[in-house]
Design a binder for this molecule. Structure first.
Ligand code: NAD
Length: 359
């Protein structure tokens, strides 16, 4: 389906204004918190919305203390609230939607992680499918002229075993490599069906390996930095022969903000990547340099991993004005500066990745 940017003579209801009312699900998560903090800081390109509410269930996929620290940071620095609640809770959604009459909904809450999906498949079905449908059901019930703009997180994982690089939105996605990617692809399919049935417009964002300050402790930048700091081996899967299109958090947040204001009359998707895949060994070498220590390695096998991710970002450049600017060297330096100055980093890294997940 074609996505149509607002023409200059069409009033764009999605534009962010001082009267906008924004809901961010997954507000205590890495990307959600970074988005809320950015929206709260009025600048030349954004205006602080009247309502900016996070929603998060603070689950223990990784340290809930870390998520609390992010929520506290939002409260202390920006006077923002992350409401504790579950996106699958339809009556809670009904309450907050009727109270705040959101103009923009950014849905980032999900069960993330590829390896975790091997052992915890049902958490993906619940959090990524059941909760997604609960939320879109809530939105489609609002009459069309008052419906909020709806942006949700998809993932580069939808490309799965599609080997043609760079990955373009124009390539049909047919082979997710794991359940995580499959549920994200289903989100896009559900969004498309809701557009067909209810005329519900949406923008799905296929993020490519996001990193930066306040990043997730189960992802490469945090895991490798911590292992190097502690003199423990860096665990590398499939001989470490991988490339990832690592994308810096500030670039991703800028892309989300552009998507929130994008005037679409369809259900569309965009790649938000960096267009510069980096070899894992190069990524580690930069961390070693910044930390001043050498890494030790331990090699493991893991099914479900893909070798290369590489975003074609022409569509986002063209229609959203998206232009990632942060080099891997600068981005990792910013992350490591944050990491070194964060006294709670070891607490954040606790919360191992196989606890019984709180629903
Ligand atoms: P995150 O795990 O830090 O944030 C997700 C947040 O959602 C968490 O705080 C979690 O507690 C919350 N949550 C999960 N299920 C919930 C539910 N049912 N109700 C309420 N809250 C719930 O992850 P992130 O890295 O910030 O990712 C945000 C989104 O982007 C996710 O949808 C993820 O799948 C997607 N994504 C992330 C990346 C990445 O590199 N970080 C890449 C591709 C896609």
């Amino acid at each position: 389906q074609p996505s149509v940017p607002c023409s200059s003579n069409e009033s764009n209801r999605n534009e962010l204004r001082a009267t906008s009312r924004v809901l961010v699900t997954g507000g205590a998560g890495f990307i959600g918190m970074s988005l809320m903090a950015r929206l709260a800081r009025a600048s030349h390109s954004t205006i602080r919305p009247e309502v900016l509410l996070g929603l998060d269930n603070f689950n223990n996929y990784y340290s809930p203390a870390y998520k609390r620290a992010r929520a506290d940071h939002l409260k202390e620095e920006h006077n923002l609230q992350v409401l504790e609640g579950d996106v699958c809770n339809a009556s809670l959604l009904e309450d907050v939607f009727s109270k705040f009459k959101f103009t923009h909904v950014v849905h980032l809450a999900a069960q993330a992680g590829v390896r975790y999906s091997l052992d915890h498949p049902l958490s993906y079905v619940r959090n990524n499918l059941e909760c997604f449908v609960t939320l879109v059901e809530q939105i489609r019930k609002i009459d069309e002229k008052n419906r909020p703009s709806f942006v949700y997180a998809s993932s580069s994982s939808v490309y799965g075993l599609n080997r043609k690089t760079p990955f373009s939105e124009a390539h049909p996605v047919t082979k997710p490599a794991n359940l995580y990617g499959a549920t994200k692809f289903m989100n896009e399919q559900i969004a498309s069906a809701f557009h067909h049935i209810y005329n519900l417009n949406s923008v799905g964002l296929r993020f490519f390996t996001v990193y930066g300050p306040w990043g997730r402790p189960d992802m490469a930048a945090f895991l490798f930095t911590r292992a190097i700091e502690k003199g423990e081996p860096v665990v590398l899967y499939n001989k470490g022969e991988m490339q990832r299109d690592f994308t810096y958090i500030d670039d991703i947040v800028a892309g989300i903000i552009a998507s929130m204001q994008f005037c679409t009359h369809s259900s569309t998707v965009f790649n938000l990547g960096n267009e510069h895949p980096v070899e894992l060994m190069k990524f580690i070498a930069i961390i070693e340099k910044e930390m001043g220590y050498n890494a030790k390695f331990k090699f493991k096998e893991s099914p479900g991993e893909i070798k290369t991710t590489f975003a074609d970002i022409a569509k986002a450049k063209d229609l959203l004005g998206y232009s990632p600017r942060t080099s891997i060297e600068t981005g990792l330096k910013n992350f490591i500066d944050w990491y070194k100055n964060e006294p709670r980093r070891h607490v954040f890294a606790l919360g191992d990745f196989n606890p019984k997940l709180k629903r």
